[in-house]
Design a binder for this molecule. Sequence first.
Ligand code: PGA
Length: 250
Amino acid sequence: MRTKLVAGNWKLNGSLSSIRELIDGMLAGVDAVKTAGVAVCPPAIYIPEVTAMVKDSKIAVGSQNVCDQDSGAYTGEIAGAMLKEFGCEYAIVGHSERRSLYGEDDAMVAARFAAARRNGLKPILCIGEKLEEREQGVTEDVVSRQIDAVIAVEGISAFADAVIAYEPVWAIGTGKTASPQQAQDVHAFIRGKLAALDAGIAENIIIQYGGSMNAGNAEELLGMPDIDGGLIGGASLKAADFLAICQAAG
Ligand code: PGA
């Protein structure tokens, strides 16, 4: 049985004091989350502070990206081993903001996915279509291409230690959530695609939904059979909202 995973993607938000307040608020309520896994992905510079604060709790920590290389002349990047050394368990790769604003293509995302795994981090691979792609009816082609780029480098077996986050780009930060059925359809497609290569991996992999998930719509989305949690942006910045989503996950 898959357990659900709710991860907060804080993006470029917070300060030392606001992050301490947010984590304190989460620590106060996280024991009410019974079965779901809970993770937060702070801006990298705050990772040591956050891992120290959540040390004895069920809250795990992830990074928002990871370098495709392990060391060397790669100014501005952070290596998987460095993130691991400071207590990260997860690394988001291929977030749509990285793809669209910073030019990371499928091959680069696959290389970052590989770097996460080789350094003992679980990649959270973000995939999803843009609005015009949904309107053109090519959503399945887009998510297939994004997954195939990783399979080409790492093989299907790599997905035994990975999470997928389906995040329709048109739903991220817009307040426009995919309907539970729209999301479920794509999640079922993704699982079916993986099942054609390895039924066990497909059955066990966590496929999160991301895109304007909040305390009000989480229960309905998380009630769909192939939605195994959420990758939460805006609503992860308030402890009460984020905890409500985690509790809706179980
Ligand atoms: P959002 O962001 O919840 O603010 O839409 C989700 C994400 O980008 O991971």
